[in-house]
Design a protein around this ligand. Structure first.
Ligand SMILES: Cc1ncc(COP(=O)(O)O)c(C=O)c1O
Length: 374
């Protein structure tokens, strides 16, 4: 026996999260110039960061010798005003992943269970397993969440249900009616996490009015992030909106300074940057059409998406998928393989700038020609 053998079995069984390959790593591996590599692998904003956020962070750089405001007072006040909730209902996180983790740490323990969908965001099973709780994965329907089946899968031990809408990596959306119906039917003893990391990319008509439901459902936690449309993935800020009693418990288990000072300042400024959000939204819509059109021309099946990414199916059997992935890498284009999502035929591409989307489509066409399974 060595020290590591004493770590709980459920910790040793965890498969590490596989992030998108960094540009510098690919450039090193392939002997490519970093400037020629495009990364469309992590659903980042191709326009970069909100200029207002960037200025605010540059101006605040000289303060990094100080600890951040551990309560996040100013950011919570701004979020409270924006979303019409009390500051006591807000929990800030080091990215929304942190908020998901806090929810698991508050409500799960060995023997408890959490329900999520097949093909749902990989962090749900991860945070559940870290606690030694049981993950119940419910088969997806047309790649989306089967909410009635998820409701049926809830056991007396279940304390959390995770719902991603839109979901990553499938881009599927549960409608407002479906979500509301789920909330009405689920036991109040189960926390329902509605993960809305891609909310700002939804057309107005598809945006559920979920925040309004907080008044009715004390067991609802809505998570959002500054990583996507606001372009702040690197400084890690996300937040949760929930009942004050739930937020209070989550606050007890978070690290005292879980959101760093650049993140606090950047997020506060980004929240005011309506112009950048609008520009990012419009670029994403146009890029979505461009990629969908490109896939159709190449005869490639894709899953219609509500996020800032699309998952597409590589033709032929699953052995072709790693070949296409590799060929794209050799051409300096990084996308995301989806084996860990039980989607071995698919790759996920983040919607980029028009020129990046074009280059991706050309590289994909090349990759398929090389593999001779066009
Ligand atoms: C569905 C979903 N939820 C949450 C996150 C976490 O984002 P972050 O921790 O950067 O806020 C992501 C990131 O890719 C995501 O796709």
């Amino acid at each position: 026996m060595n020290l590591c053998d004493f770590a709980p079995e459920y910790i040793r069984a965890i498969q590490p999260y596989q992030p998108g390959k960094p540009i510098s790593e690919l450039a090193r591996e392939m002997g490519l110039n970093e400037a020629c590599v495009i990364k469309l692998a992590s659903n980042e904003n191709p326009l970069g960061t909100s200029p207002l956020a960037l200025d605010a962070m540059i101006n605040a750089l000289h303060e990094v010798s100080l600890y951040p405001d551990g309560s996040g007072y100013a950011l919570k006040a701004a979020l409270s005003k924006r979303y019409g909730v009390d500051p006591e209902q807000i929990i800030l996180g080091n990215g929304s992943n942190d908020v998901l983790d806090l929810a698991a740490r508050v409500f799960l323990k060995p023997g408890a269970a959490a329900v999520y969908s097949q093909h749902a965001f990989a962090v749900y099973p991860l945070v559940v397993q870290m606690i030694g709780a049981n993950g119940i994965s419910v088969p997806a329907r047309d790649y989306g969440h089967d909410l009635p089946a998820m409701l049926d899968a809830i056991t007396p031990e279940t304390r959390i249900v995770f719902i991603a809408s839109p979901n990553n990596p499938t881009g599927t959306l549960s409608s407002e009616d479906e979500l509301y119906c789920f909330m009405e039917r689920v036991s109040r003893d189960v926390l329902v996490v509605i993960d809305e990391a891609y909310y700002e990319y939804l057309p107005e008509a598809n945006k559920p009015d979920s925040i309004r439901w907080l008044k009715q459902f004390p067991n609802l936690l809505i998570t959002r992030t500054f990583s996507k449309v606001y372009g702040l993935a690197g400084v890690r800020v996300g937040f949760g909106l929930t009942h004050p009693d739930v937020a209070n418990l989550m606050n007890r288990v978070r690290q005292p300074f879980n959101v760093n000072s650049m993140g606090l300042v950047g997020a506060l400024a980004a929240l005011q940057d309506a112009e950048f959000v609008q520009r990012s939204y419009a670029l994403n819509r146009a890029g979505m059409l461009q990629l969908a059109d490109g896939f159709r021309k190449l005869g490639i099946e894709y899953i219609p998406s509500y996020g800032n990414f699309i998952s597409f199916r590589v033709k032929g059997d699953a052995t072709n998928t790693p070949q296409v992935y590799q060929s794209l890498l050799q051409q300096g284009v990084i996308v995301r393989p989806l084996g860990i999502y039980e989607m071995p035929h698919h790759l996920r591409v983040t919607i980029g700038l028009e020129s990046q989307n074009k280059r991706f489509l050309e590289s994909l066409e090349n990759a398929m020609a090389i593999g001779e399974f066009a």
